[in-house]
Design a protein around this ligand. Structure first.
Ligand SMILES: O=P(O)(O)OC[C@H](O)CO
Length: 416
């Protein structure tokens, strides 16, 4: 008998992609009714764009992985009937699905206004500060906990021969979105867009502008080198050119494999003591799995069973432990603790500690801005103009807010 096929498009390259393919082959091996085809479609933006085009052509996959910034766009697709909401899918498939077992910051990000979960949380991360422990030891400095200390440590590392002490990736996510949440500053009005499409950006505030200017000044001083929009600068950290690198916790698994000639660690994001006395909480990144409409009932049954398989504590704990994504269910986190994972691998609890540091506020719960994929490109362009010395941080943030608001208004016009 032929198996029922389920197409699953994902955006995980390299080692992460191999692990995702493994989920599909394990699922295929444990039953003989369904066949999940795990297909890599490029980076997050490419996968989302390809899925939207495929939907228009009637060739959409059953399941697609979409990064967190695509959430508002996918929710509007849900309003238009293009999405099979996960809570509904599970109910129709007769699979018990306990939303309360997920950590709250993850569930609230992906639920609609009635509290219904629309997509399946799968790979949630948060930015942390990766550091080269050997370089710190050689320079005789402590790993910084504040931004003033980041600058001081960078100077000491530079004096000790480190080419470019500080760097980061996913700059809008790490340096603006998470910087803001960490200091409990909204990025925009209306609870960062959670309260409606009429939201406007406000991230051209003094705190963010001063922060971006501080990094630009570090660049002038030779303490920071810009290395690209996503994870492109990862090699600079792995090769020992950069001593501190702020980016996703999900680089952990790759670092364990690829960093063999120095000790690395992860620490909490630095605090800007001019702005707050203590950190609030960081926000998630990564992606969720969306189920698209237009397929047969038996295929959806298989899709639901595959999603349920991905959500088991065993699978989630293995995924989190091997990648650095956060264990998103309490059962998975408990299992990892029981297995001694956090104790044996110091620092691996940094992401979860940051996410659960305080009860999230409207400024730290996350963001839900329409057209945010395009808006991140605008922010990238404006930040690049700062790093190249063409604009001051003030000019660039004012321009990013103005251009971003224009894209928000277009989203509002199309969705109200
Ligand atoms: O590298 P990831 O999967 O943790 O994702 C980073 C950002 O959240 C993408 O928007």
């Amino acid at each position: 008998q032929d198996r029922v096929e389920i197409n699953f498009w994902h955006a995980m390259g390299g080692q992460l992609g191999e692990r995702v393919d493994q989920f599909a082959s394990d699922f295929n091996a444990m039953q003989d009714t369904y066949q999940v085809n795990s297909i890599y479609q490029g980076n997050y933006t490419e996968t989302m764009t390809t899925a939207v085009a495929a939907f228009r052509a009637g060739e959409q996959p059953h399941i697609v992985q979409v990064f967190e910034v695509g959430t508002a766009t996918m929710m509007s697709a849900a309003d238009n009937g293009a999405i099979y909401p996960v809570h509904q899918l599970m109910e129709d498939a007769g699979i018990e699905f306990d939303e309360a077992s997920y950590i709250s910051g993850v569930i609230s990000y992906y639920s609609d206004t009635e509290g219904n979960l629309l997509s399946l949380p799968f790979n949630s991360s948060t930015p942390v500060m990766w550091y080269n422990a050997d370089m710190f030891e050689a320079a005789g400095v402590e790993v910084p906990t504040t931004w003033d200390e980041v600058v001081e440590a960078s100077r000491a590392l530079k004096a000790n021969g480190v080419e470019s002490p500080f760097g980061f990736g996913w700059q809008s996510w790490t340096m603006i979105e998470n910087y803001s949440a960490w200091h409990n500053i909204p990025l925009g009005t209306m609870e960062n867009g959670f309260a409606g499409v009429g939201t406007e950006f406000t991230f051209n505030n003094d705190a963010v502008v001063n922060h971006i200017q501080r990094i630009a000044d570090m660049g002038e001083e030779g303490l920071f080198t810009y290395g690209g929009r996503r994870g492109d600068s990862r090699g600079m950290f792995v090769n020992g050119e950069v001593a501190m690198w702020i980016n996703s916790s999900a680089y952990y698994g790759g670092f364990v494999n690829d960093i063999t000639d120095f000790e690395f660690g992860q620490a909490m994001l630095p605090l800007d003591t001019d702005v707050a006395d203590a950190p609030q909480n960081s926000i998630i990144g990564g992606a969720t799995l969306w189920v698209l409409q237009g397929h047969e009932a038996d295929e959806y049954q298989g899709a639901a069973e595959f999603l349920a398989f991905l959500s088991t504590a065993e699978q989630q704990a293995d995924w989190a432990g091997s990648t650095g994504y956060v264990p998103i269910t309490t059962a998975a986190a408990d299992l990892m603790t029981e297995q001694g994972f956090f104790e044996e691998n110091p620092g691996t609890d940094t992401a979860i500690e940051q996410l659960s540091l305080n009860e999230p506020t409207p400024a730290s719960r996350g963001l839900r801005f329409g057209n945010f994929v395009q808006i991140r490109d605008v922010i990238n362009e404006e930040l690049e103009a700062v790093w190249s010395g063409d604009k001051t941080a003030r000019e660039a943030m004012d321009a990013a807010v103005e251009r971003g608001n224009d894209l928000l208004r277009r989203f509002e016009a199309a969705n109200s």
